[in-house]
Design a protein around this ligand. Structure first.
Ligand SMILES: [Cu+2]
Length: 366
């Protein structure tokens, strides 16, 4: 509401200034009227160019100061550091080039402003200049693109080296389900055509496939720290995207095919909770929550940091709430947790009248 009022006031002020300018122009009718800009008009426009330059520099500095805190904290995956470094270098290059070129653009706009009696010089081309301003961007861009391709290829190299943990991420409107390969670390066959809601076989696992019997289906993703995880994504209905921002990981989930992504978590949830950037974000969020609760709005519980899997494709009306908690823990903690889980054979296949899988919490709203 406040934003709307502020906008309305700004629009009204702009209209008032415009009208005042009109009145001022009409009252000056007796002076010489011409549509051709005078030297003084050009000079004033030149000064306004400098004013605009200061404005864009100011807003850039302001944004860095005010909004840097909204960037993601330190990467929690092995490949994340290289990815962030590539991003940082790209940002620095863009920042330097934009700062210099904007200054030059505005300065020359002022320097060569129109003047009475001055004629523009006809200057067709200059091979050397064109060579310089073509070859420098080519070298810089080729360098960035090659580096990016190299980084992309090394991140996307999903292989079975180093005994990775195999996990399936199953997307559907509007929740996630994860499936582990069980003791043999091999996922059983599955197909959406085998989904049987009556038996709660919601992922469509093939009961005749023995690899599927020990599969563990969960609603909260647990990962052991330091172990490579190979994710295999499936979607039941529409295009979703498995986005794990803290691990700098994202992959589309496409109906009818299996997509893959692989990463190694390097910090446990507990370790990430004491990361200074995370701590300051939690503090800020809880301050806002406390203020809202005190202000008579709904009471909000203090927030605690958790890794999260989000959907990053607008897949329907509850897309915003399509998420799953991820817990990264030590190998021992992970093993204890896994021990406590039931397999597909123990739940869905055992008793047709008792459909159940390890539901921890239901993320979907409707
Ligand atoms: Cu989705």
């Amino acid at each position: 509401m406040t934003t709307l009022l502020t906008l309305a006031v700004l629009v009204l002020v702009a209209i008032a200034i415009w009208q005042l300018t009109k009145i001022f122009e009409l009252s000056q009718l007796k002076t010489a009227q011409t549509q051709i800009a005078t030297d003084s008009d050009n000079k004033n426009n030149g000064y306004m160019l400098f004013g605009f330059l200061i404005f864009i520099y100011g807003i850039t500095i302001f944004s860095f100061w005010k909004y840097s805190k909204f960037l993601l904290p330190e990467a929690a995956s092995a490949h994340g550091e290289e990815y962030d470094y590539l991003m940082l270098v790209s940002f620095i290059i863009i920042f330097i080039v934009q700062t210099i070129t904007q200054a030059l653009l505005h300065y020359f706009g002022y320097k060569y402003r129109g003047r009475e009696g001055q004629k523009a010089l006809f200057y067709a081309d200059n091979d050397r200049l064109e060579f310089i301003w073509t070859i420098i961007p080519v070298i810089v861009l080729a360098g960035l693109i090659l580096w990016g391709l190299y980084t992309w290829t090394s991140i996307m190299d999903v292989n079975d080296e180093d005994d990775p943990l195999i996990v399936e991420l199953y997307a559907q409107q509007f929740n996630w389900t994860a499936r582990y390969g069980g003791a043999d670390n091999v996922l059983g066959g599955a197909n959406v055509r085998m989904i049987d809601i009556d038996k709660a076989n919601v992922l469509g696992l093939d009961e005749s496939d023995t690899y599927a019997h020990d599969d563990v289906i969960v609603k909260e993703l647990h990962l052991p720290v330091g172990r490579k995880v190979n994710f295999k994504m499936r979607s039941q209905d529409v295009l979703h995207s498995a986005y794990m921002p803290h691990f700098r990981a994202q992959m589309n989930c496409v109906p009818g095919m299996i997509t893959e992504f692989s990463f190694t978590p390097i910090y446990t949830t507990e370790e990430m909770r004491v990361n200074p950037e995370v701590m300051s974000k939690v503090k800020r969020t809880n301050k806002i929550r406390a203020e809202k609760s005190a202000g008579g709005e709904e009471t909000l519980d203090p927030w605690q940091f958790d890794y999260v899997l989000l959907c990053n494709k607008i897949c329907g009306k509850s897309h915003y709430n399509m998420q799953m908690k991820i817990i990264v823990e030590t190998e021992e903690e992970y093993n204890v947790w896994m021990e406590s889980q039931s397999t597909f054979a123990e739940t869905v296949m055992k008793d047709d009248t008792n459909p159940a899988f390890n539901v921890v919490e239901t993320a979907s709203v409707d």
